[in-house]
Design a protein around this ligand. Structure first.
Ligand code: UDP
Length: 314
């Protein structure tokens, strides 16, 4: 395996994936349309000879003149605020974009990794969520452009596996955080850290009793890399994340403590369809890949606070 195509290369997860594959000596070809990606995320990669980047929309013609051995389809806005601002782009990246990328994989005999999400479980009625759970999803809510398109893309991916023998695998990615998230991303960790560093009130939505399980980016990338390289998991779907579960209010308090901020906490309306509890059951990833996350929340937050501090005060 040598040539890798990564869509969404300038995004938060995409940029870290590019770096991992570059460091593992692959020829890495990244594309991004910059709807939510940021060229700055690629600054430290552009000096590597084995990295090639092109501004390109995944829904356009994907004939890039390269034979790919592996295609990772990660192009998509991923913050609930983006779903409100870019609903059509979100839908298209995970419908037209999924067809374009998997058809390319079929035509080239490439391995295909589709970035799915814990959002396919919706507001889950079982806890923790394992891969057999079908989910509890509102098909027309504000998150549906993401949830339903990701669910559709899973169906597309599995159909190409069954009917066209494409070698596919689907990571379901749970909440992930770390450097290269945008300052104005809108998700919990960037919001709280930026607010704390600016000595502004932290905006907890609802009463803060909802939970999330947060995975540091390096642990997520490790899981995606393992899934990409494993020869025995074609057609498999695996939850990738960190099962350490916290309430939103505890995350806010922890960030105030770790930044040494004097910020207080204010409460705002809970967004529509905000899941009440979310935690991955990663038993399957442990069994198939021997995967387990290593970086716990305190350590991951410290790295991320350092990153945002340098962004705000450089
Ligand atoms: N959240 C919050 N304040 C913020 C941003 C997010 O209380 O400024 C909450 C949000 O309501 C949700 C959780 O944090 O319950 C995680 O939100 P995020 O947007 O990061 O991702 P989600 O898991 O909802 O897709």
């Amino acid at each position: 395996m040598n040539n890798v195509l990564i869509t969404g290369a300038a995004g938060f997860i995409g940029s870290h994936l590019c770096e991992k594959f570059i460091r593992e000596d692959f020829e890495v070809y990244g594309i991004d349309n910059f709807v939510s990606g940021n060229l700055k995320n690629l600054d430290k990669l552009k000096d590597f000879d084995n990295f090639h980047f092109k501004k390109h929309d995944v829904i356009d013609d994907l004939n890039l003149g390269i034979e790919f051995d592996l295609i990772l389809h990660f192009a998509c806005p991923a913050s609930p605020e983006d779903f409100l601002n870019f609903p059509l782009e979100t839908l298209k990246a995970n419908s037209i974009g999924t067809f374009k990328t998997i058809e390319l994989a079929e035509s080239m005999g490439s391995r295909y990794v589709f970035a799915s999400t814990s959002e396919i479980y919706g507001d889950p009625l079982i806890h923790p969520q394992n891969e057999n759970y079908w989910g509890n999803v509102n098909p027309i809510g504000s998150r549906s452009v993401y949830n339903e398109a990701k669910r559709f893309s899973e169906a597309v991916t599995i159909a190409y596996y069954q009917k066209k023998s494409v070698d596919v695998r689907i990571p379901r990615i749970f909440n992930t955080y770390g450097p290269n998230m945008r300052v104005n991303d809108g998700r919990i960790i960037p919001n709280f850290i930026i607010q704390a560093l600016n000595e502004e009130s932290l905006t907890v939505y609802g009463n803060g009793s909802q939970t999330r399980s947060l995975c540091y980016i390096d642990d997520l990338v490790k899981g995606i890399f393992m899934m990409s390289m494993n020869d025995n998991i074609s057609g498999e779907i695996l939850n990738i994340g960190n099962p350490e579960e916290y309430t939103v209010i505890d995350i806010a308090r922890n960030i105030i403590k770790r930044t040494g901020s004097n910020s207080d906490i204010i409460f705002k309306n809970l967004p529509e369809d905000d899941p009440k509890r979310r935690c991955p059951d990663i038993t399957k990833a442990e069994k198939f890949l021997n995967y387990s996350p290593r970086i716990m929340l305190d350590q991951g937050l410290d790295h991320t606070i350092e990153f945002f501090r340098s962004k705000l005060f450089d």
